[in-house]
Each structure stands twice: as C-alpha cells, then as structure tokens.
Design a protein around this ligand. Structure first.
Ligand code: COA
Ligand code: THG
Length: 557
C-alpha cells in the first residue's frame, strides 16, 4: 500500500512506524505539519491508499479525511480525548493506559475506533512511556488496522461517549517544595518530560526542570539545594529529596541543559561524587552504573536523551577502563532503555562559549572512548542496544565485537540530519568491515531510519531479540554467560586479536581517526556553516518550515 504520514516532527514513533511498514513492503511518504494548505496538497500529490497521523497536533482538514481514510494515533485509552493524554494519565496516577487508533473527524479525537491496546501504566517519564509502551501498542494497532483496511469489509467502532481532557495548565506542573512530597515532585516532572518541563522555583528564579530521580540519603529544608553530582542538583522536598538533571531558563529560545549549567546558585553546595562501581544501599542518582554478574561487567549509562557531552564521554571512558581492569570475560555497554546513544551532545555544544571548539572537544572525547573499546584485547566487548541509537551512537556500538539490539529498536546510522557531518567514531574502519564498501556507502548516504531487524539482515548488527527491554536484558545475560564459559570463547578472542593486529598493520587506527577528524574539522571550522545552522534549529526544537524531499516522496521531482 501507499501510506502517507502526517507528523509535527519525524519523531521516534513516526520513525518506528515507518520502519515497520516499509519492512513489510509498504511505501511510506511523510509530510511534516507546516501549514494546512500543504497538508491538503500532500494528499493530492501522493493520492495515498491510507493516511496515518502518528504525531499530529493540528486539525487535519476535512478536505483530506473526507477523501482519504485518515487514522490518528492517540496516546490514550478509548474515549479519552485531548492534547495532553499522557500528561493527564501520569498526573492522575492511572494504573492502566493505552493507545487508540481513531479516524479523523470534525471534532478532535471523536472519530470511530479502528484498533486499541491497553497496558499497565508504569510510573516513569512521559517520554519513556511514549517511546516504550505507547510505541509498542501503536505498532500493533497500526498493523491490525492496515490488515482490516486491506480486507475492506471492516466497520470501525463508533465512540459512544468520550471524555474531553483539556491541555494541562502550567500550575498543575508547578512544584511546591514546601507541600509536595518527593513522589509528587517526581510525578509532576515525569508528566512534563521532554516538553514542556515542570516549573520550579530554585533560589530566586523559576525554571523548567526535567528528569528527576529519588534521593533517599539526603534531607534538608524544602526547596534548598543540597548537593550536586554529575551536573545534577539535589533539592529537598516536603518529605525527602530528589535529583534534577536538566533545566531550561524561562526565556524564549533557551535550550535544555544540565541543571548545574542553568541554575546559578549564590551559596556553594557540596559536590558528592559517586563512582560507577561504588555500592550504595539506598536510592540515589548516578549517571553511570557498573555491575558484575556471572563473569560479565555491565555498564549502564543513563545519559538524558542519549546525548553524550564531553564530560560524559570522559566519565564513561573512566568507567570502561575500570571494567577493563576487572577479572571479567566480557564488558557489555547497556546505554539506557530509551536510547543507547545519540552521539555527541548538541545542546551542550550549542551552549558553549565556542560551539566550534566544543564540537571538536566532544568528538575527540567520543573517539577516545571508541578507541579504548576497539583496543580491548583480552575481553569480549558487547553493545547492547535496549533503545534507539542515532549518528555517532550507532558507530559507538559498532566499535564492540558483538552488536545486539532489542526488536523494535530504530537506528539512524548516518550523520546526515545535523548538517551533513562526515562523522567519526571510527566508522570508516568498522562499517565496511561489517557491510562491505558498497554497503557502507549505501548506509551512510541514506537518511532514513532502519529497524534493528533490517540492520541484522544487512549485517550492520549481529542479532536482535527481546520485545521489551527486560526481555532483552534477560536474553542477553543468558547468551553472554553461556558464551564466556563455552569452548569457543578463547578462539573468538584469539581471532579478534589476530584480526586487529593484521588490520593495524594494513592501516593503523590512528590513521582512520586522523582522516575522519580532518573531515570533521572542515565541517566545524570550514566555510560551509550548515552544521552550525542545523544545530541551532535542532537544539531549540524549532518547527520545520518545509518537508525535505528525502521524507516526502510526493515532493520529489
Ligand atoms: N544531542 C542533544 N540532544 C539530542 C541528541 C543529541 N545528539 N539526539 C537527540 N536529542 C534529543 C532531542 O533534542 C529530543 O529532546 P527532547 O525530547 O528533550 O526535546 C530527544 O533527544 C529526542 O526527541 P525525539 O523528537 O523524540 O527524537 P526521536 O527519539 O524521535 O529521534 C533521533 C532521535 C536521533 C533520530 C533525532 O533526535 C536526531 O536526529 N538526533 C540528532 C543525532 C545527531 O545528529 N547527533 C549528533 C551527531 S554526532
Ligand atoms: N481529527 C482531525 N484532526 C486531528 C484530530 C482529529 N488532528 C490531530 C488530533 N486529532 C490529535 N489530537 C488533538 C486533540 C486536541 C487538540 C490537539 C490535538 C487541541 N488543540 C488545541 C487547539 O487547537 O485549540 C491546542 C492545544 C495545544 O496548544 O496543544 O485541543 O481527531 N481532523
């Protein structure tokens, strides 16, 4: 079938559905929501069999849905209506939530129901529920609806009654340190994650805050900033304390940054470092956690949005070196559930005094980490992508001996979307080894996301398995624990060393790095400013002003 997507941004849900549908042989063209006239034009140009709106805020004009079957993905249960579905579900503490596929209608979210799924609602960040439970449910709904649509005799279920829930007002997202328990603070921050953020007064100023974690070891006067760690701030609540990792100033055009860089304090606060391998027996926050189980060292790096600043690359490098020093047979890079890694951190770069110099520092820090992994001789290295990866994050994974991903993971193995960077992370060494020179060219020139299943099929990764992050981690542990005690493991490591030495003789790693960075230097310091312009728009989350032809098949020619 020919399917047209309408979306505000080509976000993770849209990308996942794109992969699921194109993997099944459907053709998908994408129109970003720029203007209602263009929405109508897109349908007239493409004349699709079916229209899907995975992430659409604006009303789809009746000229479209009267002519083409148009289905909207609503991140809520049947009968729920309105623009803040997930926010309300978190604020109200519902135990069950869902995703519903609704036909477009004159009235918002009031159309007939084509498919729906429900799931137990976890207590976590809005964006994490969206990228996890909502996305998995949406995939099932869409595949079911496509089948029903193709059969042709399906009549959708009319909505007998609906409940309209308005946009969440900012005062419901405002933290009251004196009155809110830690759980209430977490709830408000969870409900507002990604966008728009929870409001909190810290010192004399109000900020949008993001990404909160419970702290059980510290207490203080409500609202008081107690400590810092990994650029996050610990703040006392009515009954305990929480960590806030990111914040944004309350002015137009500000960008989301590590809390400590945004929130300037008059009083000096203690820095409480906690190394990844140090054990504590209460809940607290740390960015990197190192754990050993069954002869395997696991490195979890909980970097917000999968973005890796210079400091974070250095911390992960230190943690990786620690793992190398341990008597383990394998080291697994785990990332976090939402993202494995999205490469260097465009936000901290954008906010730096010299974004150009900071880009250079950040890519070099990424490369230092990659090099340390590539030169690990006596241990098996494993990339375990529980969540999505993009750009440098994909190539960080490829520096490992074995690369695994969860089913449903979406990869963007290219540097095209942020100003067409050449890229580094030793991709010119690792990628052709996996997919050949022609394959590497194809991968790098495509701008489109690919599913982990497709990545496996083309040899980019070694395997994909597990429906949920938990299933994936369990299956991974079983595989690794049996592999490291199997007779094959020694031969595998011997072969890896032999290969590496042979490759090094043919062309040293240092040479690959130098050549890539030479190109990156041009991207950063050269005449072409497209990287700097793309980064400006990306970090401010500015809306698109046109749909690029690589997304819009109907706008080519
Ligand atoms: N640096 C900083 N922030 C990043 C990032 C990066 N490298 N990659 C992703 N993010 C952030 C986005 O700003 C967004 O933040 P928000 O939700 O807090 O506003 C979030 O991660 C992902 O948002 P979403 O729109 O849901 O993205 P996605 O999950 O749908 O798509 C990508 C993920 C990777 C395809 C897309 O974000 C992207 O193209 N990122 C750029 C990757 C890149 O070029 N990295 C640097 C090159 S080395
Ligand atoms: N029918 C048609 N178009 C649609 C929907 C539909 N477009 C997408 C939409 N559903 C998705 N759901 C909503 C529900 C409510 C609102 C937006 C999308 C909403 N919007 C406020 C407004 O327009 O006044 C603005 C809210 C905001 O700023 O976020 O209430 O079913 N044809």
């Amino acid at each position: 079938m020919r399917i047209l997507f309408y979306c505000y941004r080509f976000n993770s849900l849209s990308q996942r559905l794109y992969c699921e549908l194109t993997d099944r042989g459907h053709e998908v063209s994408v129109e970003l929501d720029v203007h209602p006239e263009l929405i109508i034009e897109a349908a007239e140009l493409y004349k699709p069999d079916l229209i899907l709106a995975p992430f659409m805020r604006r009303k789809i004009p009746s000229q479209v849905w009267k002519r083409y079957k148009t289905l909207i993905i609503h991140p809520g249960v049947r009968g729920d209506r309105g623009p803040s579905a997930l926010d309300w579900a978190i604020l109200r503490g519902v135990h069950k939530w869902g995703t519903t596929l609704i036909e477009a209608h004159e009235e918002y979210d009031a159309g007939d129901i084509w498919a729906w799924r429900e799931f137990p609602m976890p207590f976590k960040r809005k964006s994490s529920v969206y990228r996890g439970e909502i996305t998995e449910a949406a995939v099932e709904c869409v595949l079911e609806a496509v089948e029903k649509f193709q059969k042709g005799n399906f009549s959708p279920q009319p909505q007998r009654e609906g409940v309209w829930n308005p946009k969440v007002s900012p005062h419901l997202r405002r933290i009251d340190w004196e009155r809110d328990s830690s759980r209430e603070v977490l709830r408000k921050v969870y409900a507002s994650d990604s966008q728009p953020g929870a409001l909190a007064r810290i010192g004399d100023e109000e900020f949008y805050v993001y990404n909160a974690f419970l702290e059980q070891g510290l207490r203080g006067k409500p609202g008081e900033v107690l400590a810092s760690r990994d650029e996050a701030l610990c703040i006392a609540t009515a009954d305990g304390a929480v960590w806030i990792t990111h914040a944004r100033a309350k002015v137009k055009g500000s960008i989301k940054l590590p809390a400590k860089r945004v929130i300037k304090l008059k009083k000096k606060i203690p820095e409480l470092p906690l190394k990844p391998w140090e054990k504590v027996d209460f809940k607290t926050y740390r960015e990197i956690l190192y754990e050993e189980k069954g002869g395997v060292g696991y490195l979890y790096f909980n970097f917000y949005n999968g973005a890796m600043s210079t400091r974070q690359c250095k911390s992960l490098l230190e943690a990786f070196r620690y793992a190398k020093s341990r008597p383990v047979k394998a080291i697994a890079l785990m990332g976090q559930e939402d993202f494995f890694s999205n490469g260097m951190n465009l936000n901290t770069i954008e906010a730096a005094e010299s974004p150009t110099d900071e880009s250079w520092e950040n890519i070099n820090a990424m490369d230092d980490l990659c090099e340390e992994i590539l030169t690990t001789m006596d241990k098996l290295t494993v990339a375990a992508m529980q969540g999505n990866a993009g750009a440098g994050g994909v190539f960080l994974a490829l520096t490992c001996d074995l690369v695994f991903a969860r089913e449903g993971v979406v990869l963007n193995p290219h540097y095209k979307n942020i100003g067409n960077l050449f890229g580094s992370e030793f991709w010119t060494y690792t990628l052709p080894k996996r997919v050949g020179h022609e394959g590497a060219k194809k991968v790098m020139e495509s701008r489109m996301p690919i599913s982990s299943k497709k990545a496996k099929a083309i040899g980019l990764i070694d395997d994909c398995f597990g429906r949920t992050p938990e299933e994936f981690r369990n299956a991974l542990r079983n595989r690794l624990e049996s592999f490291i005690v199997s007779p094959e493991v020694e031969a595998f490591l011997r072969e890896k060393v032999r290969q590496r030495l042979e490759d090094e003789k043919r062309k040293p790693l240092a040479k690959y790095r130098e050549e890539e960075l030479e190109k990156m230097r041009l991207n950063f310091y050269g005449f072409d400013t497209s990287y700097h312009i793309a980064r400006y728009y990306f970090t401010r989350r500015l809306p698109h002003f046109r749909t690029p032809p690589y997304l819009a098949l109907h706008r080519r020619l």
